[in-house]
Design a protein around this ligand. Structure first.
Ligand code: HEM
Length: 164
């Protein structure tokens, strides 16, 4: 009855989870201080960016809670700590964004990770950021009535130029 024992052994499950988190910390060198520096550094660049900065500025009045949430998110994503409880998809579906915005977001993320983290850690963050960005873009496309095939990108129709 190995499997029943496991289900009824929350202390054992917690210990196994803790060991898995520790393995990820050891393998990647990622810790809370690195996540904090990455998140702070990344959103400083985002806020200054002409393409995606205004999208955040229009929606985030108080950055402290957003940054705190993003640190929990990256702890969960990079180290599987489970400390982030949110759902990113519904927050992004109403945003006026497409492939161009995701490309810029990723460009800034890659630059920041490479500047602030050793290569193994940077690659670990970047690989996960790419996967999540792709799934958010896919979700946004679907919500806008476009089914993307693998490798296809979501482009909103550009506004026609009119003289004023
Ligand atoms: C064009 C790209 C993106 C833009 C403009 C964008 C913008 C935003 C904005 C404005 C919020 C705050 C929403 C709110 O609180 O109402 C937000 C939240 C968030 N974003 Fe993004 N985002 C982008 C891409 C990404 C990507 C690629 C990831 C993950 C790798 C991500 C992860 C998150 C998370 C975890 C939250 C917090 C959700 C929560 O409150 O639980 N975003 N984003």
């Amino acid at each position: 009855m190995e499997s029943r024992f496991r289900i009824e052994d929350p202390a054992g499950a917690a210990a196994r989870r803790e060991a898995a988190v520790q393995r990820l910390r050891d393998e990647t060198g990622i810790d809370e201080a690195m996540i904090e520096a990455l998140v702070e550094g990344f959103y400083a660049r985002v806020r200054d960016d002409v393409l995606i900065g205004p999208i955040f500025a229009a929606r985030i009045a108080d950055w402290a809670p957003h940054l705190a949430q993003m640190k929990l998110f990256w702890s969960s994503v990079a180290l599987s700590t489970g400390v982030y409880q949110g759902r990113p998809m519904p927050k992004h579906l109403p945003l006026p964004i497409d492939a161009r915005h995701f490309d810029r977001w990723l460009e800034l993320f890659v630059e920041t990770a490479r500047d602030l983290c050793p290569p193994v850690a940077a690659n670990h963050f970047i690989e996960r950021a790419r996967r999540i960005a792709e799934s958010l873009e896919l979700g946004i496309a679907t919500a806008n009535g476009t089914l993307l095939v693998k490798g296809e990108r979501f482009a909103r129709p550009t506004q026609a130029w009119t003289p004023d």
